[in-house]
Design a protein around this ligand. Structure first.
Ligand SMILES: C[S@@+](CC[C@H](N)C(=O)[O-])C[C@H]1O[C@@H](n2cnc3c(N)ncnc32)[C@H](O)[C@@H]1O
Length: 187
């Protein structure tokens, strides 16, 4: 099983599921770092038009299992976060993807997300904390609460939840996850 086949089997993020129940009027969304598309598929099933972005050509996984009408409402862009032009949307999500950016890229991508959101639009994302098992990997950025609040200073932070737990990766390895889960709104 490769990495994307592993991701493909995962359910949409629970925090996103709950958010869509609370805010059923979202019409357009971006999935930044969509991977195999577990959240993209969920948003499409909720009737939302989705722009899914990833630097890897994930179309094989992304389009699998979608009906023709859902495929029509999906726009996949293969691009780096730093280069991609973002459309105007009601919601941007980014799960397990932003930590793979360095600090400078993070600042500019988050700024770009803010500019692309419609008035009162939402930004749901997560970041890895400094107790995570992957600390030491210099391709990953680990942040504390203050650093996250600072990165999101131009947004209204509605929720910033810190969760630590032992659990599986997409490749079924057990690790310690230290993750900050954010729900923010364009200020
Ligand atoms: C760990 S996967 C998570 C996928 C999906 N969000 C999920 O939760 O299942 C991270 C994805 O982000 C993409 N990614 C990471 N950094 C990126 C960047 N700078 N530009 C574009 N894509 C990026 C990777 O290619 C990968 O598909």
């Amino acid at each position: 099983m490769n990495f994307y086949e592993g991701l493909n089997k995962l359910k949409p993020h629970r925090i996103l599921n709950k958010f869509i129940q609370d805010y059923p009027n979202i019409k357009t969304a971006i999935d930044l770092g969509c991977g195999a598309g577990r959240d993209t598929e969920f948003l499409l099933a909720k009737g939302i038009n989705v722009t899914a972005i990833d630097r890897v050509d994930v179309t094989k996984f992304l389009y699998q299992g979608l009906n023709d009408e859902e495929k029509e409402r999906l726009n996949f862009i293969q691009a780096q976060f730093s280069k991609v032009k973002l459309p105007k949307v009601d919601l941007t999500i980014s799960y397990e993807a932003l930590p793979f950016c360095d600090m400078e890229t993070l600042k500019s991508v988050i700024n770009k997300v803010g500019e692309s959101l419609n008035e009162n639009g939402f930004f749901l994302c997560n970041f890895f904390g400094k107790h995570d098992s992957w600390v030491g990997n210099n391709k990953i950025t680990f942040l504390d609460k203050k650093e996250i609040e600072n990165l999101l200073k131009d947004f209204k932070i509605l929720e910033l939840r810190e969760i630590e737990r032992d659990g599986e990766t997409a490749m079924h390895q057990i690790k310690h996850w230290h993750v900050f889960w954010v729900i923010a709104q364009k200020a």
